[in-house]
Design a protein around this ligand. Structure first.
Ligand code: MN
Length: 195
């Protein structure tokens, strides 16, 4: 059984204002993430997934046609926890490895934004490290997550409408800009690069 306490917000709910409102954070963490956790508990109860760590549930259920709902909810728990940890308002600088890989900080921002803007419907934009050790920007649809594809997640932005609709309505590009330029926790990103 999982609980919301295992996935605490790493900042106060007001901490991302004015780029992300307290109301958005409270719904996003306290309602959306909480619902994925409750659904996961209900769906996995009495199955072979019941007592596994979250990452194992995701990797195993990704290959199990009969466990699609378990996969979706488990992956959304992972994705949201990862996303909230990617956020900070501290002014920290982008790790050197990203600047070198993408040519410049601006190039990285431009490429990330272009992938994120073009996701159709709900999904996620990611910086990942692939099996050749290369950094790439990718998107996943709906609940899908890099760890189900043997890719190491480094950074993500949630592109489901619930992530931005209260603050930006349909202006997804403005939401992406606001996060990329003001709210990325580069210390967390750096830890992921070094793992
Ligand atoms: Mn979300």
């Amino acid at each position: 059984m999982f609980s919301l306490n295992q996935f605490p917000l790493p900042f106060p709910a007001k901490g991302m204002e004015p780029y992300m409102s307290e109301q958005t954070i409270n719904f996003h963490h306290g309602k959306h993430l909480d619902t994925y956790i409750k659904n996961l508990n209900e769906l996995s109860q009495g199955t072979k997934y019941a007592d596994l760590p979250l990452n194992e549930i995701i990797i195993k259920s990704a290959k199990d046609e009969s466990a699609k709902k378990i996969f979706n909810n488990a992956a959304q728990v992972f994705n949201h926890n990862f996303f909230f940890n990617c956020l900070s308002k501290e002014k920290i600088s982008m790790p050197e490895e990203i600047i070198i890989s993408f040519g410049s900080a601006d190039n990285f921002f431009e490429q990330f934004k272009s992938v994120a803007v073009s996701v159709f419907g709900s999904g996620w934009a990611w910086l990942i490290r692939d099996t050749n050790n290369e950094l790439k920007i990718i998107s996943t649809a709906n609940a899908d997550t890099p760890i189900a594809h043997n890719l190491k997640p480094i950074m993500t932005i949630d592109l489901w409408e619930h992530a931005y609709y209260l603050d930006y309505q349909n202006r997804r590009p403005d939401f992406i800009d606001a996060i990329l330029k003001n709210l990325i926790n580069w210390d967390f990103i750096k830890e992921n690069l070094e793992k």
